[in-house]
Ligand binder design. Structure first.
Ligand code: CTP
Length: 411
């Protein structure tokens, strides 16, 4: 997968810099063309000769080549690369990246890069856990950087914990996996996508709640696919199946509890977004009052009064701009098409994805889905039963088309 790929490796001043030699070797032997940018401090940890020899290219550190005055253009480097991997990335470099500071070639190139950027942090466990570092890493992830989380183990300081840069073989594999997808593209580069996923949890008392069987699989498959097309993705996540592979690399997650909490967080994220996808199973009703303490057993039966929740899709639909694309889902058991079309109209959706529980392999918890996609202009596209990832591809394709249409209209 790495054959012929142009990869920039950024090396910063960390004891883990020696591992970048192995990473570069690995990338080169997999057929990639590699150029290396190092910070001034990195040269204290690994020699320029090692980095230049292994990458088969001169090491880049300064804005100008000190010998002949030639400009090392960060813009050209940023455009040249198919991927930029900063490994090891120190807390200092991560903070500067998060703040948009550009005081060395590695950082100016980061700001110019149009390619996917991978960051493999390396630092002591307390630095890694510090609120400032957490915030900066969170910012980078929100900005679309692919985080290659550090491993746990013995650290150079002698302490034990998370902070050790991931092994070079693993980093190379992650980059390779990224390119392995046949769907990598940049059609959604610079676009912001918000996806609601999973089920909401409506509290009854201090220990009980009402929820549903939504697994979050469809929402996460969509997050992955949108991400692979270059979008910056935020998932507003309710309860999901614990067996779900979990965090999608490069995707920012916001946890939501009940329907109102999900509504507030989604509405806030939607303001700045280009695409909003409502894949969550939001409770239609929530207990009218929530007891702070555990409700004691009383009598033979009990009644819980419920009140209607806010319809998140409809609330976004009511305020959305013409350039924004709003996608909804409908899970129906009967009168499928009529119900789906009615929902699309009521919630002012630009597209509705219908899955019928009558179809085997569709709906909650399955790894597959069989959907029909409707648009307000009367377009109807029936898809075969396929994996949720492939269904996500179909949806992303439709969204790209809708965004292009909206852009043409606004011109
Ligand atoms: N939805 C939402 N907020 C709600 C209820 C639903 O955002 N409070 C969204 C869902 O995420 C989905 C779409 O609206 O994208 C349709 O959800 P569905 O539950 O099928 O629609 P309802 O309007 O609740 O209709 P009903 O339950 O009567 O079928």
């Amino acid at each position: 997968m790495l054959k012929g790929k142009k990869i920039l490796v950024g090396v910063t001043g960390s004891i883990a810099a020696y591992k970048s030699a192995v990473l570069i070797r690995r990338l080169v032997s997999a057929g990639a063309e590699v150029k290396v940018i190092a910070t001034e401090l990195a040269k204290q940890f690994i020699t320029p000769l090692t980095l230049a020899t292994l990458s088969k290219n001169p090491l880049l550190v300064d804005f100008f080549n000190p010998e002949n005055g030639e400009w090392n253009s960060h813009v050209k480097l940023g455009l040249w690369a198919d991927a930029y991997v900063i490994a090891p990335a120190t807390a200092n470099t991560i903070a500067k990246m998060a703040g948009g500071i550009a005081d060395n070639l590695l950082l100016t190139t980061y700001l110019s890069a149009r390619c996917p950027v991978f960051v493999a942090p390396a630092m002591d466990l307390d630095m890694y856990n510090h609120a400032a570092t957490r915030r900066n890493i969170g910012r980078l992830v929100q900005d679309g950087v692919h985080l290659i989380e550090p491993a746990s183990g013995e650290l150079a300081s002698g302490l034990e914990g998370k902070g050790r840069m991931e092994e070079p073989e693993v980093i190379a594999d992650r980059i390779s996996q990224f390119f392995a997808s046949p769907f990598v593209g940049d059609a959604l580069w610079g676009k912001k996508v918000v996806i609601t996923a999973g089920g909401t949890v409506e509290p009854i008392d201090a220990v009980r709640f009402i929820s549903n069987r939504s697994s979050g699989k469809m929402g996460y498959a969509l997050a992955d696919r949108f991400r692979r097309h270059g979008a910056t993705v935020t998932v507003v996540r309710g309860s999901v199946d614990p067996r779900l592979p979990g965090t999608v690399e490069g995707v920012c997650e916001i946890e939501a509890g009940d329907a109102e909490d999900m509504a507030r967080k989604t509405m806030a994220a939607a303001v700045e977004s280009d695409v909003i996808v409502m894949a969550a199973a939001v409770a239609d009703y929530t207990p009218e009052s929530v007891s702070d303490v555990k409700i004691k057993k009383q009598g033979d039966d009990m009644t819980i009064r419920l009140k209607q929740t806010r319809d998140i899709a409809a609330s976004v639909g009511a305020v959305k701009r013409p350039s924004q694309v709003l996608v909804g889902f409908a899970l129906e058991t009967d009168n499928e098409e009529a119900n789906a079309l009615d929902k699309m109209k009521r919630k002012r959706l630009d597209m509705i994805v219908l899955n019928s529980l009558r179809d085997k392999g569709a709906g909650f918890g399955c790894d597959t889905n069989k959907v029909t996609i409707y648009r307000p202009d009367g377009t109807r596209r029936e898809c075969d039963l396929k994996s949720k990832s492939l269904v996500a591809d179909d949806i992303v394709k439709e969204v790209i088309e809708l965004l292009e249409r909206a852009e043409r209209k606004s011109k």
